[in-house]
Design a protein around this ligand. Structure first.
Ligand SMILES: C[S@@+](CC[C@H](N)C(=O)[O-])C[C@H]1O[C@@H](n2cnc3c(N)ncnc32)[C@H](O)[C@@H]1O
Length: 235
């Protein structure tokens, strides 16, 4: 596994939204030590972690083939599980803007020439156009302000090969019959200030107009609190 020098720990500035709203979760040196606990990430997802992880990874098929890009690290065993499902010869690139998160991920993975970690902004990926078979966005978009989210989605599509799959797992608007919704919105308003417009507009809204992409599948979980969308880039 390699952390490539596309940006070093002195490289990219921490975006304002991470510094202002998520310093406690990702930026603070003690955040990793506190949050990197499987039971805790499962609790944060109301006991749905394994189900959501496995659903997102199932969107790759029985095994992940070709070149996969994961945009942003995640606490828990998402990436180790993805690695365990990689076909021989396949590769995985993971980007994150915070070196501390990449360092943490590195401790969860066995060294491998097929896995590369990069310090990179999701808004400005340095990969070539049409270079990945799969791109995974796992609970990233709800944390980003609208203009950042637009650019992240744009970049994810740009690097996707024709025929490739964009996989998005994120929060969604709970269904009308889910009592959880009364609790959920106020909680998110405090902890996840950018999540509400993802609910209001839906993920498809963030796909750039004219993008060569069609929605391939949608699954809801936990009464609509979470959604998994897959999009295929047209050949
Ligand atoms: C994937 S999201 C949320 C993951 C989810 N809460 C979890 O841990 O399962 C969190 C990650 O996104 C990263 N991130 C946020 N904005 C980014 C950006 N513009 N470019 C790259 N990584 C970013 C953060 O540094 C953090 O490691």
């Amino acid at each position: 596994m390699k952390v490539l020098p596309t940006a070093s720990s002195s490289g990219l500035p921490v975006p304002n939204y991470l510094r202002a709203h998520y310093w406690w979760a990702y930026v603070h040196p003690k955040a990793v030590r506190f949050f990197e606990r499987q039971w805790l990430v499962n609790l944060i997802l109301w006991g749905n972690y394994n189900r959501l992880r496995d659903a997102a990874l199932s969107a790759f098929g029985p095994v992940a083939r070709g070149k996969t890009l994961q945009v942003a690290c995640a606490y828990g065993d998402l990436t180790p599980t993805l690695v365990s499902r990689m076909a021989p010869e396949s590769t995985l690139d993971v980007v994150d803007i915070l070196p501390v998160q990449l360092g943490n991920l590195a401790t969860k993975l066995r060294p491998s020439e097929r896995i590369k970690l990069h310090c990179m902004d999701s808004m400005a990926l340095t990969f070539a156009d049409r270079s990945f078979d799969q791109v995974l966005l796992f609970f990233l978009l709800h944390e980003q302000p609208a203009e950042v989210r637009h650019q992240t989605v744009h970049e994810a599509i740009r690097v996707l090969k024709p025929g490739g799959t964009l996989i998005v797992m994120d929060y969604s608007r709970p269904s009308r019959f889910n009592p959880f919704r009364f609790l959920w919105k106020p909680v998110l308003r405090v902890l996840e200030p950018f999540a509400n417009d993802l609910f209001d507009k839906g993920i498809a809204h963030w796909i750039p107009v004219g993008a060569d992409l069609s929605e391939a599948s949608r699954q809801d979980f936990f009464g609509g609190v979470y959604q998994l969308l897959t999009f295929r880039r047209r050949v």
